[in-house]
Design a protein around this ligand. Structure first.
Ligand code: DC
Length: 221
C-alpha cells in the first residue's frame, strides 16, 4: 500500500495525542507530535532566560538548537542538543509558554523548515495546529478534530495525577486562553483547512474517532 502523509489539527485538549498515536499505530505509520517542538523551544527559552516576546533572543536561540525526536524504550523522546527534555515539557507553565512562543514569526519559521524535513518520508501522521493549512497543504488526508471546551477540560482533568492541586475550572480557563491565543494569532492561526475532514469528538470515544478516521483513508495500492 502506498504510504500517505496524514495531518490532524485540533484545539488544546481535543484528545488528539491519543487519537493520532492510535491512528498511526493502526496504519503502521510514524507519529509526529509537533506541539512537542513548540514546547521544546519554550522550555529552552525559559532555561536561557529569554522572554517569550524577545524576537532577537528567540532567533538566536533557534539558531543554536538541535531538536530531534529519538526512538526510546518507552516510545519517542524529544531531545534538544542531545539532552532528553521529554519529561519537562508538560508542566502548566511550559504549556502556556509554548502557546506564547508559537505566536512568534521567528519560532514558526524555524519549526516550519524542521517539520517539512520530517515530512520528506511519507507513512506519517502529523499532529498540530497548522499541519493541513500551512506546513503540509498538499497532505494526502487532512483531519480537523474538535470537541467542546468543557469536554476537553474534563478530559485533561481526568488525566491529572490525584496529587495535582489544579481545579477543573482552572483547566477550563487555561484551555479557553490557549484557544484564544492559538486561533487569533496573525501567523498560522488554528483553523480547519478547506479540504479537511472535520470530526467532532465530543460524544465519541478514542476508538470511535480512530475508526471514523480509518473510513476516510484511501486504500491506495
Ligand atoms: O499540542 P500542544 O498542546 O502540545 O501544543 C503546544 C502549543 O504549541 C500550543 O498552544 C500551540 C502550539 N502549536 C502550534 O502553534 N502549532 C503546532 N503545529 C503545534 C503546536
Amino acid at each position: 500500500m502506498k504510504s500517505l502523509l496524514i495531518t490532524i489539527d485540533r484545539p488544546a485538549g481535543a484528545g488528539k495525542t491519543t487519537v493520532s498515536r492510535s491512528l498511526a499505530q493502526s496504519l503502521g505509520y510514524r507519529y509526529i507530535d509537533t506541539g512537542a517542538l513548540y514546547r521544546g523551544v519554550a522550555f529552552e527559552a525559559k532555561s536561557h532566560g529569554i522572554h517569550h516576546d524577545d524576537d532577537n533572543g528567540l532567533e538566536h536561540l533557534c539558531s543554536i538548537l538541535d531538536i530531534k525526536f529519538v526512538a526510546g524504550k518507552d516510545g519517542t523522546r524529544l531531545t534538544v542538543n542531545d539532552s532528553d527534555i521529554t519529561d519537562q515539557i508538560r508542566t502548566p507553565e511550559i504549556t502556556m509558554l509554548a502557546s506564547a512562543v508559537s505566536a512568534r514569526t521567528v519560532v514558526r519559521k524555524y519549526l516550519l523548515d524542521l517539520q517539512k524535513d520530517l515530512g520528506k518520508e511519507k507513512g506519517v501522521v502529523f499532529e498540530g495546529r497548522d499541519m493541513g493549512t500551512v506546513v503540509f497543504p498538499d497532505a494526502d488526508v487532512k483531519f480537523y478534530l474538535d470537541a467542546s471546551c468543557k469536554t476537553r477540560a474534563l478530559r485533561r482533568y481526568k488525566e491529572l495525577s490525584p496529587k495535582s492541586s489544579t481545579t477543573l475550572e482552572k483547566i477550563e480557563r487555561d484551555i479557553k486562553d490557549r484557544d484564544e491565543n492559538d486561533s487569533t494569532r496573525a501567523l498560522a492561526p488554528l483553523k480547519p483547512a478547506k479540504d479537511a475532514i472535520i470530526i467532532d469528538s465530543t460524544d465519541l470515544s478514542i476508538k470511535e474517532v480512530v475508526e471514523l478516521m480509518l473510513t476516510h483513508i484511501p486504500n491506495i495500492s
